[in-house]
Design a protein around this ligand. Sequence first.
Ligand SMILES: Nc1nc2c(ncn2[C@@H]2O[C@H](COP(=O)(O)OP(=O)(O)OP(=O)(O)O)[C@@H](O)[C@H]2O)c(=O)[nH]1
Ligand SMILES: [Mg+2]
Length: 335
Amino acid sequence: MEFDKLQIIRPLQEIFDLALKKIKKNRSIIKKKIDKLGYISKLKKLNDYKIKTINGDFKKYLKNIVESFPNIDQLHLFYRELIILELDYNKLKKSLGAVKWSFETIEKITFEKLMQLGRKKNREELNLIFKSYLGRINSIIKQTKKEFEYIEKCRFHMKKFPAVKTKLFTICISGFPNVGKSTLLYKITKSKPEIKNYAFTTKKINAGIIDSIYGKIQFVDTPGTLIRPNKANKIEIHANLALEYLANQVLFIFDLTESSYSIEDQFKLLEKNEEYSKNITAYTSKQDLIENQTIEDFKKLYKSKKIKYKLITEFEDLKKFIQSNLKKWVLDNQN
Ligand SMILES: Nc1nc2c(ncn2[C@@H]2O[C@H](COP(=O)(O)OP(=O)(O)OP(=O)(O)O)[C@@H](O)[C@H]2O)c(=O)[nH]1
Ligand SMILES: [Mg+2]
């Protein structure tokens, strides 16, 4: 879902003011067009034009919001959970309901007033219809002001939500900060995440896609996850949500250089990852920096812990592993 493409939600008052400005600007043109009509017919036509212009502008604007803003109940669980965590889900839902309500109500009032316009025969009555139309519109604007403001607040927040493809088979790359997750994402998918020699480089969830003859699969780089569920920061919460709701599989990265975290701590994090009940594959990064003996010792240690997950220690083997499973993953996801 591309939340950054959602249009800015402007206050209804702004749409109203613009419509009134347009009416004022076009007044003399319209008057010229109806110049030959009798006084009452002229008045009817003029009011008809004003009401239809206001309704037309609101309709275009509100329809666009109703159609382009996602139905939050139908969003993927990953995004729904993000909204629940970071915004007021029910308030947003109610506010979106208010947009629909204002759209329908303005349509209804417009229809009513146009019908009345056809029936009235004198100047006072005709002018009164337009006046009461403006009054009703004004009250809708006032009534829904807070709701429009809240949707815009949510849109502004949601545009920073991770742009992931929720329908693709997804492998989350997990592991401590600085272990080489983003580097691996780049190596596998050629996407361009930020890579730096310090922890917590990745401030948001990055995604990359492998496009094969069987279809696409997605890799998601989950920013450095620490084992501190009660103190998790926003990035870590996003990462945990991705592991819980997006991941079909997890690629867990061990950094044997132990530059930031000890091997034992990394085993503890692997255990934490098990809680998400996803199929895990372990992979050792930074092989160029590690002695062969270190890798061999690690393999023995891994085996001694009786871990049931596959361990891959070479990038070429990881590539083969991905290639040989692509078809299965894509097909599994379609079923
Ligand atoms: N020599 C070598 N350096 C690597 C390798 N993989 C990662 N690095 C380096 O390790 C550092 C961290 O890499 P990142 O890919 O940013 O690590 P990360 O796990 O995404 O880190 P966070 O985003 O902070 O969680 C960078 O300086 C990388 O260049 C590798 O295979 N070999
Ligand atoms: Mg990173």
